[in-house]
Write a protein of this length. Structure first.
Length: 158
């Protein structure tokens, strides 16, 4: 489990000595068309925060994969998404509201032909990623961090 917990109302740093600059959370229905909604909302927020296009593209890929995974595996009717802008990284966290007993796992070549490569992509583009059971209620949180040299304003947004 990563230091700090995503999707918890208390705003805390996500790493040792890492301060939260700003944070944005939203939910989407657990439907496949919600993947594009989550990408659009995240892109709009990152644009508003002043991040460069390269971060937008990488974040869009990660959000697509994490939300798709949640849609496929959740038993709930919506999915929670959170962007946390840290001084040198963007943390993306997606929480489903209950799923099967096995958490997300990397699938290696040949294990699943049509599906299962999303977390390999997340692993390839992220500086860190992981998953853990939600600290309250049902569900699982999958998160990824993308290193960046973004704006350094110490502004806290909810």
């Amino acid at each position: 489990m990563a230091p700090g917990n995503a999707l918890i109302p208390q705003l805390t740093g996500a790493g040792s000595g890492t301060a939260v600059v700003r944070r944005y959370a939203f939910d989407v229905p657990s439907r496949t068309d919600s993947v594009s909604v989550a990408r659009r909302r995240s892109r709009e927020k990152l644009t508003g925060w002043g991040h460069h296009e390269e971060l937008h593209e990488t974040a869009s890929l990660v959000i697509s994969e994490l939300v798709t995974n949640a849609v496929i595996h959740t038993a709930g009717d919506h999915i929670l998404c959170e962007l946390t802008d840290l001084r040198r990284a963007l943390r993306i966290a997606v929480r489903d509201l209950g799923c099967g007993p096995a958490g997300p796992r990397l699938c290696h070549s040949g294990e699943e032909e049509e599906r299962g490569r999303g977390l390999l992509l997340v692993d390839a583009v992220s500086s860190a990623w992981g998953s853990h059971d939600a600290p309250y209620g049902l569900g699982r949180i999958v998160w990824a961090e993308l290193a960046h040299e973004g704006p350094g304003k110490a502004v806290l947004e909810c």
